[in-house]
Each structure stands twice: as structure tokens, then as C-alpha cells.
Write a protein that binds this ligand. Sequence first.
Ligand SMILES: CC(C)(COP(=O)(O)OP(=O)(O)OC[C@H]1O[C@@H](n2cnc3c(N)ncnc32)[C@H](O)[C@@H]1OP(=O)(O)O)[C@@H](O)C(=O)NCCC(=O)NCCS
Length: 158
Amino acid sequence: MKKAKSPEESKAEMTVIMLPSDANPKGNVFGGVILKHVDLIAGLVAKRHAGHANAVTASIDRMTFLKPVFIGNALILSARLNYVRRSSMEVEVTVESEDLDDGTRVRTGTAFVTMVALDKYGKPTEVPPLLVQTEEEKARFREGERRMELRLKEAGKI
Ligand SMILES: CC(C)(COP(=O)(O)OP(=O)(O)OC[C@H]1O[C@@H](n2cnc3c(N)ncnc32)[C@H](O)[C@@H]1OP(=O)(O)O)[C@@H](O)C(=O)NCCC(=O)NCCS
């Protein structure tokens, strides 16, 4: 079995300024642009954990956009691993937007992304177990496991 890695080793943050090409004519950023960045950072976290393996997106749970994001806002994404099975990993991505004129920040939403590690032949491959030590990490792991079961049931996988 591979050596376990902690969620701290793979977590990531990313800040992106929203440009006119990211938004509709009224200045509202497209949900799809936000999802693209969610997918990117989840892939980065999964790749850090998986090491040499490739990592692809198997699913993104429903995401509700709680507040609008506008051109000129900074989109701030924070991502960390909650749960790891054999080849699959649940990454939690929190999205905030910051008004750079007055510094106020609001939470835009949270997404749970399942990434799957693939070997050089494109087949799902084992990743290191997740080393959960703190009570918070253990609770996140249990909740991630519960969500994964629901997800796999919905997908008809179990
Ligand atoms: C994700 C993918 C590799 C799964 O392949 P598969 O043939 O179903 O393989 P398996 O049934 O052996 O599942 C492999 C792992 O994926 C997980 N998985 C499969 N479908 C899933 C889903 N809908 N949601 C969450 N996890 C899923 C399985 O639980 C398993 O995890 P485990 O090894 O940790 O137990 C395959 O569906 C795929 O390649 N999809 C396209 C991925 C992609 O290119 N995404 C980018 C956008 S197109």
C-alpha cells in the first residue's frame, strides 16, 4: 500500500480576477466560468495527492450560486481533500468573491468534486490513503464517505 498523505499536503488556494470575457453583457460572471475554476483547482489538489497518476473529473455535485459575481471581482477558491477511496478522491472547493474596491468578501458557494486517478493506460489506479489526524479531518472523512455512497448509488455504481 502507498504511504498515506495528509489533506494539508495537497490543499490549494487560487485567486482569479474576473474579466469582461467571463461575464454576460450586464457584468454577471457566468456560472460555467466559476465551475471551470472549481474543476481546475480540484484537479490540482487531486494531482498533488495522487502523485504521478493523471486525475480526471468523475462528477461534480450540485452547486448553487448564492451571490452574484461581477467583472472586476476577485474569485477566491480554496480546495482540500475530504475523502479518498481506492482511485477516487472527494475534493471540497469553497468559492468566495471579493469586491476589490471595498475589500468585502462573500461566499459564492461550495462544490464537492470527485476526481479519479488514472494510470498511463487510462485505467483507474490506487492513490495514497488519506491520513486524517485531527477531529475535524476525521469528521470530514466520515461525511465524505457518506456523500460518496449517495453519489455512487445515484450513478447506479453500487
Ligand atoms: C471516471 C471514470 C474513470 C470511471 O471509470 P469506470 O470505468 O466507471 O471505473 P470504475 O467503475 O472502476 O470506477 C473507478 C473509480 O471511479 C469511481 N466513480 C465512478 N463513477 C463515479 C461517479 N459518477 N461519481 C463518483 N465516483 C465515481 C468509482 O467509485 C471508483 O472509485 P474507487 O476506485 O475509489 O472505488 C470514467 O467514467 C471516465 O473516464 N469518465 C470521464 C472522465 C473525464 O474525462 N472527465 C473530464 C470531463 S469529460
